[in-house]
Ligand binder design. Sequence first.
Ligand code: DI6
Ligand code: FE
Length: 403
Amino acid sequence: MRVDRLWTNGRLATMVEGAGAYGALEPAALAARDGRIAWIGPLADLPDFEAADTIDLDGRWVTPGLIDCHTHLVYAGDRAGEFELRLEGASYQEIARAGGGIVATVRATRDASEEDLVAQSRPRLAALMAEGVTTLEVKSGYGLDAESEVKMLRAARRLGAEAPVTIVTSFLGAHALPPEAGDDKEGYIDEVCLSQLPAVHGEGLADAVDGFCETIAFTPGQIRRLFEAARALGLPVKLHAEQLSNQGGAALAAEFGALSADHLEYLDEAGVAAMAAAGTVAVLLPGAFYFLRDTQVPPIDHLRRRGVAMAVATDCNPGSSPLTSPLLAMNMAATLFRLTPVEALAGVTRNAARALGLARETGTLEAGKWCDLAVWDIERPAELTYRMGFNPLHKRVWRGRDR
Ligand code: DI6
Ligand code: FE
């Protein structure tokens, strides 16, 4: 058989579920054709391929390309000033109520052109890719009107079109109440459902619909209306739930068959059970927990016991998690939430793919999936979680090619 590329002498952390720790195969080989994995297996079983290009991995570890399944990568400006205020004593909620926080980024994002948004977001994307990210999610939610939400999602699509990376988008109009809405949350949700969502969906800009269910954002009743509108358009949903308080958001998300419920610091047993029953992925965001100096840890043991798949993401955003390192997110998931290194790696590969509805295309090294790889200069996979601020990436492969 003819293949485009062949990698030999590798140690492969396939991350296939139930295939032992890390789904490790060593020594092993992998072949790509037309951007997908054409063959993978022990070196001893390697068929006699005719390959245009053969790479000796020299014993290096290969994992699936990393997947950052929760980011707010596209925005304008920064909030270093707010960071400074918080260090002088103000709380996140106080800053939000005083018209800072998310709303400050909304102003900057509305003022930016689509070009500006792409240009300002590009270095953040480059930072993720430098650590082996081959797929990521990008949310809107700093426009908060139809035109600006469309602009953000167009910028996200453009970033995905210009770089060798897969970007999927989520519409997050229900992220915060824009200043012009006063305190009319119900009226704003009407606008999100009747104006913003049709606008972004009309241009094919949203792969999923997200919301923020919180006292400083939207109630479960308001999120339910959003999810009903999403369902009517056939769009999958996900939710920022139980980040700062227990609102029952995760159970609501599960009721709508959500891809994921994210944050989950205040998740209770009933929420865990609902997620388990629905197959909703728990997306853990230790960067926000760390940056906000939260102390309430998500119920990891309950999630584990109920078999809820756990993903780990950066939550890259200017307010609560200015983080562009999936490796540091893995380390934080271990140190702060007590995930094991194998859980942390599954969190940025197999389970992150599930959280994006892409489990059939990516997230594990298996024949038929996209050939998205991260090749590492490490002795064992646990090093990816263990180290802090060190990047051992040797090569990044997207759709079968080094990029
Ligand atoms: N939860 C968060 O942590 C971020 N958004 C959300 O829904 C915060 C976003 C910001 O402060 O800009
Ligand atoms: Fe977020």
